[in-house]
Design a protein around this ligand. Structure first.
Ligand code: KG4
Ligand code: ZN
Length: 339
């Protein structure tokens, strides 16, 4: 089965072709980061308009790269939510109308399920069950994954998501959008000079809380005005240390409590080199494994949607042919969880 995947939930248009027998055949991505950078964040209306411009050429590029035609496609998977409604509508209407014209089924994919399964696109993926750390701009969750669609929430953020904390702290330090990559780059030249709290590090649950960290950074920046480059780098260094230490500690606790020995990490913050370094060391010490998506599949992309769609197609034996145009901007992950 050849599945076309379409992602348009935020500021990246992603299209990919996944073959259930031969794996990922092609993927094409356009990031709107430069366009939104001058506004310091995503402008929803500009995002939707740009998705309209990109989705068809990207599909043509992916088909060409895979040496396939539209007629070869067996099903179309697309991100139905959560995300920006106008942006989601572009991918949804494109996918549904193309599927209608080809009379093939569609699969509505939850964006986070795409992220969650992305590490399985790589070589030697771990077997189910495993623990998943999902750390994106909107989510910080630990889950037990027993199979496709078999998810149990182990821990969640009580306030800001990890990526959100990176973005907000980057803003406080006067760095550009998106904040995560900029902050981690600056942290490379920082030194251990400040001490920030490690929120909920020793709590008895697997929850996270990052908004207090941002407030502590605000206090630090106020105390050191005007901020020189060295101070900014030292704050970035310590902030990254604090977030990655909490994430690593909770991942190890989740492995211990579930008795599982495989961890997967996904979502934009999963691209963070310091987090990977700490998780590699910690899991090795406990004879556990850790898997990540390749860097380009940590952030939004079409490959993870094509893959999740293919897995869903297999699990539900079909997809559907309703060809409706509804999006779910606030689609709650809880709807995918085991009751
Ligand atoms: O998964 P993603 O592309 O979008 C959502 O679904 O939210 O994640 C984007 C988030 C942003 O908050 C961004 O700052 C963060 O991931 N991010 C990073 C890094 N690369 C992206 N955070 C820390 N270090 C990075 N290298
Ligand atoms: Zn995402």
């Amino acid at each position: 089965m050849l599945v076309l995947g379409v992602e348009s939930s935020c500021d990246e248009t992603g299209v990919a072709l996944y073959d259930t027998e031969h794996g990922l055949l092609a993927h094409a991505l356009y990031s709107q980061v430069e366009m939104h950078a001058e506004y310091g964040g995503v402008v929803p209306e500009l995002a939707s308009r740009d998705h309209i411009r990109r989705v068809l050429p990207l599909t043509e590029t992916a088909l060409k790269e895979a040496n396939k035609t539209l007629q070869d496609i067996d099903a179309i998977a697309y991100t139905q939510g959560p995300g920006l409604s106008g942006a989601l509508l572009v991918g949804t209407s494109f996918a549904e109308s193309l599927a209608f014209s080809l009379q093939i089924p569609t699969i509505q994919v939850h964006h986070l399920e795409g992220h969650l399964l992305a590490p399985l696109l790589e070589e030697n993926p771990p077997d189910f069950p495993f623990v998943a750390l999902l750390v994106s701009g909107g989510h910080s969750q630990l889950m037990r994954v027993d199979g496709v669609g078999e998810y149990e929430l182990l821990g969640d953020t009580l306030d800001d998501a990890a990526g959100e904390a990176f973005d907000k702290t980057a803003k406080l330090l006067g760095l550009g959008y998106p904040g995560g990559p900029a902050l981690s780059k600056l942290a490379l030249s920082g030194k251990p000079r400040f001490k920030l709290p490690r929120p909920l590090l020793n709590s008895c649950d697997l929850n996270f809380s990052f908004s207090g960290l941002k407030t502590s950074v605000l206090t630090l920046t106020n105390q050191h005005q005007p901020l020189d480059d060295e101070t900014k780098a030292d704050i970035a260094y310590e902030f990254q240390e604090a977030v990655t230490e909490v994430l690593t500690t909770k991942c190890m606790k989740a492995l211990r409590e579930t008795g599982l020995d495989n961890l997967i990490v996904s979502g934009g913050v999963g691209a963070n080199a310091k987090l990977r370094e700490k998780l590699n060391v910690a899991t090795k010490r406990k004879l556990c494994t850790v898997s990540y998506p390749r860097l380009e599949f940590c952030t939004d992309n079409g490959a993870m949607i094509a893959f999740a769609g293919a897995m869903r197609l297999k699990a539900t034996h079909g997809g559907n042919k309703n060809y409706g145009f509804s999006v779910k901007p606030r689609w709650n992950l809880a709807e995918l969880l085991k009751p």
